[in-house]
Design a binder for this molecule. Structure first.
Ligand SMILES: [Zn+2]
Length: 313
């Protein structure tokens, strides 16, 4: 009888730990329906922007910096085309719902290097190919790449949410963390800002103080509960960004939560994020909801995390 009870207890514990271990996959499969949601209705946009066609919205931030928005896609992505004298960088490529490469090529004749802020399906362009691709140089990515071909896996891509297959990137250039990308008369520093994912980077435009922050920070709910999210990393990423950027930094994120305008933040918002993370870590922040648990960062930003017990501090 005792043996049987022990067996049942072991079985239950085993099932619970398997469910905890596989929680991301289970939740993802439950929540995502595998097809992209319908496009949004076009809203009134800022006078500083113009429609490239019936899908892409372009805004010249200055004469050498463009935001290319996909405001009808439900995640309202913004990718950035950054021009130097010798080459250009396209930071993020959206979900590949339409061909962003064609838009970028109408804005510059310079050779374009595509750099993903991270590997989620709504940033890598998926079926869109680029002549030149540069990726953050992290040891585990290098190890996985054979002949500089990096096959993205489910955890880092998550394309099953919208029925998108994970692409294989041909990596032409590995970007060491902290190094400068020289575009010719324009320099971008690679900041390693994990948290949302372990492969997330931001780019600091050294001359202008623009910070292209990907999904690390933008106005709206930040996702810190995904399969390769980490709260500890998020705090480290906040420290890294705060140490690297100027007080006057003009932060440009990868998503906005409402029209009109660009997803634009300031150094103060990163400081608020860092303070919120420390308060969560120390058990001093109040959250609500179960999964994800929502914490307030400030009036424009929320942080969505796992329940306290599952947070990896
Ligand atoms: Zn993401």
């Amino acid at each position: 009888m005792i043996k049987k009870s022990l067996f049942v207890i072991a079985l239950v514990l085993g099932l619970v730990s398997a469910a905890v271990w596989q929680r991301h996959r289970i939740l993802f499969d439950l929540l995502a329906d595998g097809v992209p949601p319908p496009l949004l209705e076009a809203a009134a946009e800022a006078a500083s922007s113009h429609w490239h066609d019936d899908y892409f919205l372009v805004e010249a931030i200055d004469s050498r910096t463009y935001a290319i928005g996909e405001p009808l896609y439900h995640e309202q992505n913004f990718s950035y085309l950054i021009l130097g004298e010798a080459r250009a960088v396209l930071f993020d490529a959206g979900p590949g719902y339409r061909d962003i490469r064609g838009v970028a090529e109408t804005l510059t004749d310079l050779p374009i290097t595509f750099i993903p802020s991270h590997f989620h399906y709504d940033h890598v362009g998926n079926t869109i190919t680029f002549a030149h691709v540069a990726v953050v140089d992290l040891p585990y990515l290098r190890r996985r790449a054979t002949a500089n071909r990096l096959a993205l896996n489910w955890r880092e891509h998550l394309g099953t949410a919208e029925g998108v297959a994970a692409p294989t990137l041909h990596v032409d250039e590995w970007l060491p963390v902290g190094n400068i990308i020289d575009l010719g008369e324009r320099q971008l520093r690679v900041l390693y800002t994990p948290g949302h994912t372990e492969d997330s980077i931001s780019l600091l435009d050294v001359g202008t103080g623009y910070v292209f922050s990907g999904d690390f920070i933008y106005p709206g709910p930040l996702y810190a509960f995904l399969p390769n999210s980490s709260m500890r990393d998020y705090l480290q990423g906040s420290d890294t960004m705060l140490a690297a950027i100027p007080d006057s930094a003009d932060i440009l994120g990868a998503h906005r939560n409402a029209a009109p305008g660009l997803p634009r933040l300031s150094q103060r918002d990163v400081a608020d994020l860092r303070a919120a993370l420390i308060a969560i870590r120390d058990g001093k922040a109040e959250g609500h909801g179960i999964f994800p648990r929502e914490y307030r960062v400030n009036e424009r930003i929320q942080l969505l995390a796992e329940p306290r017990l599952l947070q990896d501090w």
